[in-house]
Design a protein. Sequence first.
Lengths: 576, 140
Amino acid sequence: MTVVSSAFKNKRRLPPCRAACPAEVNVQGYMALLQQGKFKESVELIRKSMPFPAICGRVCFSPCQDACSRKNIDQPVGIRYLKRLAADIEREQGRIKPDAVPKTHNEKVAIIGAGPAGLSTAYELAKLGYPVTVFERMPEPGGMMRYGIPDYRLQKYVVANEIAYIQDLGVEIKTGVEFGKDIEIDTLRNEGYKAIFIANGTQLSTKLGVPGEDLEGVFPAVEFLRDVSLGKTVDVGEKVAVIGGGNSAIDAACTSLRFGAKEVTVLYRRSRNEMPALPHEVEAAEKEGVKICFLVAPKQIIGEEGRVKLIECLRMKLGEPDASGRRRPVPIQRTEHTYGVDTVIPAIGQMPETSCLPSILLDERARAISVDQLTLETKIPGIFAGGDVVTRPASVIEAVGAGKRAAVSIDRYLNGANLRTGREEEIEETTWVKDWEKITRKSERYTAPHIDIGRQKVSFEKADELLTKIKAVATFEARRCLECGLCTECLGGEELCEADKAVVDETLCIGCNVCAIVCPFEAVKKNETGVAQVNEDLCKGCGTCSASCPERAIGMQRFTDSLILTNVAATLGEPT
Amino acid sequence: MTKSEFEPKIVGFLCNWCSYAGADLAGVSRIQYPPTLRIVRVMCSGRVDPVFILEAFRSGADGVLVAGCHPGDCHYLSGNYKLQRRVSMLKKVLEQFGLEPERLRLEWVSASEGDRFATVIKDMTEKVKKLGPSPLNNGG
């Protein structure tokens, strides 16, 4: 039985975790499923919002955790780890192959780029029954998830498995097809594609703009990580300097260590607080032996016989905040100093490859595709764009969010509907907790002991025992969820939902106010006519008001009095 | 009916989040307990109206068990506290009716306490056995 009414859905009151997620993943819902040990079901629930549970479980910057209400009591729920665990258990125990969605539409859709944005658009459109073809330049689909994030953070088989799920739904992926060379917008249109989504990402590294950048031994991070992912051997020498403070910089630094570098230094022009890289990644890199120098920027790269030998740097100090809100680094004059290096890896940003795109699509500085922020439509009708190519380098989950929005627009465009109607909605965060001090059930977040499992031999019995233990810990961790959101949020209003709701019989109510006193969620109040009124948004269906009502004026929708009494009689049989 | 072959009927109101899950765990872990319990699931122990308990006795139950989450652990924050108050009041009412108050029992069983659940059922079955069939059950 489902208790979702259409009135609920239009309100868009979301718990903080879901409101913070660009893809609006129903966190509270899968926490509720994990509490019951339903790992596979929770992965299925995540897949309703986005196709990459295992990938995001590894590399997401988890805005949900930052928003989690639990932080007001102790630490946020370990959402990302739980997602990873659930997805891993599902994959290891054999993912059930989904049936291909029947093609109920004739309009073909072309998607340029098989990265997170392109693939999630394809996923959403395939679920709607559109024939979708994804064109990818590289030999394997996945975009930056495949060629940008190194293997130790995101394993290739994990990416392959999640993409295989999308392909199982009926999405066709054509690899080795380059946009601008093998295909163009006009040729695609001639082939009968009615809508095109461009999500070719940011494939070019931003230039440092210092002398010596063309020397041998300077590998821009994107190219470096791509070559590593392609399986090429890259000789980085002994001393490596990585320039930049983002995730690519940290990835490149840790990858260099794995390629035999003895001394890896990250040079960052601001201080630790301004670093865009994920704090836990930075910490892990430092544990591995990566040295990070703050407030340092390169002035020039000095070579010998065409090869990198030295890097000359300037010290910086932090000035006034700039447009991004971070404090602007200002060079301190006459603080030049040099490091001896074999390799320099600039990782200061990425740019889209705009040469393959028609100039009408680009913004005035020709650095990104300009789109309508709400609908992601470009200046040419029927052509949409999203992901890094629009936003500049961002994250997997933001690309997925863009992909989902684009899918809605494309569906509306192909059906001739208005792209904008009803989409500018307001999202209000909900939480029933009014007084954090009242929450006495304090349990600390589970932190896993660091086990170097790679070198241990584990018997199957032992592994099974460990898995059972891990599942128990995960169930416990999921129970830390405060379930801030609406009751309908819990399981996404699906058939699994077992929530109840209180209903007031106004003819019986005498306005004694007992229900308002006993309700733990302040969901029952006397209204202006002096009768009890249930706020359905806040009611979570415990039934305490019903049991406390002296006039029996409050009943429950699902576990009604008569149902419970029938159950009592049924279990006892006829009285003897 | 002699006392030796008397098998009591116990109605158990179990809350959905803790005790019902605990009973489930006892079953899954194959912990043996007497087949005397008849389970009625409720969303929260706070949902248990005194009328339900009285009705259970009237319909022929020899004992009634109400089990909820441990104090401070209630899925609905405070349902179990409200139940506690009701049960202590109800025990006095049962005495007035000529029923031993021990026939009504309140227990806290969490979702992870399968073994504790079984112990509670064993213990309660023995105690109700000693009390004999409910006076309401033999035509009064």
